[in-house]
Design a protein around this ligand. Structure first.
Ligand code: CA
Ligand code: CA
Length: 391
């Protein structure tokens, strides 16, 4: 087997050869294709035999240098077409190296294997899809508040070489509870190639509004005497409600998210066991607190402040339900920035007061860490965690 040349230019090169075999009848002979080269040369190769992809060779990595070619792919008594696509990874050390057919051995056998023709190229299957005759671009806010009213626009465009669109209308598909005005305009007589038209709606989000809302605009038109459509979908998120004006207990507010090391974070009770609502009154060193969060490290409660709050205060410690056991740290994080972290607090530590400004912050995270020694007995309590907000 010979190669015409070694081409080291940085591109894909195809190496092709025909091999006529006349292997002895009545024997099962196994052949493979072996590529050998200096591993400092940087290229990859895809190996095809009789149209079948036999594998990918990476000269500078290996480890595979031998690619068996099963009978049924290889024709032992006739012509074989071997093609190797090589792409060089730099401008000087490309391939291809030495390529050889290797005999793995012959065994007397009555076995005969039928040839399996590879699938031919299917021009219809792989042809480029037809360019769409029109497109829609829907514009809506990324997220909205409950009950918020906003304007949505859908721009319908016809490509430069597209057929003119006539009698164009546009409709919105909204999630349950959302309402929209009729479109302005109600319809457009004609959009010629290279032009566009914009439809607008006044939309009102429901109260409450779901976290994820898919809105779709679909334009319907006549193009080349046929009715065609084009559409665009956008996802609108929800802005959580702002904390009410005054001093708000975190356990009375909705949370953006919460994570906990043992069951869920509990509201106004200790974490207890790993089921919801199985805790006890929050108690730190004999003092009982009616309000607060019962956690087990590692824990994180995220609350939306929306830039309307000024101060966060809390009293923290390990709940008495674990005696003197447990070691934790408490951190207050505002928009990803740590405002304060306590020293390690143990089950016998006194309660610790936290008081930090949160002015202008959007998202508050109350984080309980395991103090580096695992989370056994780490029943951290946030007693009276309060944000002071303008509403
Ligand atoms: Ca629990
Ligand atoms: Ca711990």
């Amino acid at each position: 087997m010979t190669l015409p040349a070694t081409d080291t230019t940085p591109r894909v090169s195809w190496y092709a050869t025909d091999v006529t075999l006349n292997l002895p009848a009545g024997q099962d002979t196994s052949l493979g294709l072996t590529i050998s080269d200096n591993p400092s040369r940087k290229y990859r190769a895809e190996i095809f035999v009789n149209g079948w992809d036999m594998g990918n060779y990476v000269n500078y990595v290996g480890p595979q240098h031998r690619f068996p070619i099963p009978n049924g792919v290889l024709n032992p008594d006739g012509d074989n077409d071997i093609k190797i696509a090589v792409w060089n990874l730099d401008g000087s050390t490309g391939g291809l190296g030495t390529v050889a057919l290797t005999n793995y051995g012959s065994y007397a056998s009555s076995l005969t294997v039928a040839q399996n023709g590879s699938p031919r190229y299917n021009g219809a299957k792989y042809k480029m899809p037809k360019a769409p005759g029109s497109s829609v671009d829907l514009q809506v806010p990324g997220s909205v508040s409950p009950g918020q009213q906003f304007t949505a626009t859908a721009t319908v465009s016809v490509p430069v070489d597209g057929a003119a669109a006539k009698d164009v209308t546009a409709a919105l598909n909204l999630p349950a509870g959302w309402t929209a005005s009729d479109s302005t305009p109600a319809s457009v007589d004609k959009i010629v190639g290279g032009e566009s038209a914009t439809f607008t709606w006044s939309i009102t989000a429901p109260t409450p509004v779901a976290k994820v809302n898919a809105l779709t605009a679909t334009a319907t038109m006549q193009q080349s005497a046929r009715q065609t459509t084009a559409s665009d979908e956008r996802v609108v998120g929800a802005i959580p409600p702002l904390p009410p004006a005054g001093n708000d207990q975190i356990s009375d507010l909705p949370w953006l998210s919460s994570t906990n090391g043992w069951g869920p974070v509990e509201r106004d009770e200790s974490v207890g066991e790993n089921q919801p609502n199985d805790g006890h009154p929050i108690t730190i060193n004999g003092t009982v607190y009616a309000k607060g969060l019962g956690t087990n490290s590692p824990s994180d409660v995220a609350v939306y402040l929306g830039g309307t709050c000024s101060e966060f205060t809390a009293t923290v410690g390990i709940d008495d339900e674990k005696g003197n056991a447990g070691t934790v740290t408490f951190s207050v994080v505002l928009d990803g920035k740590v405002l304060t972290t306590t020293a390690t607090i143990t089950g016998s530590s006194p309660a610790v007061s936290i008081d930090v400004p949160v002015t202008g912050g959007q998202v508050l995270d109350l984080v309980v860490g395991d103090a580096g020694d695992g989370n056994g007995n780490d029943h951290g309590d946030w007693a009276n965690p309060v944000v002071t907000c303008a509403g």
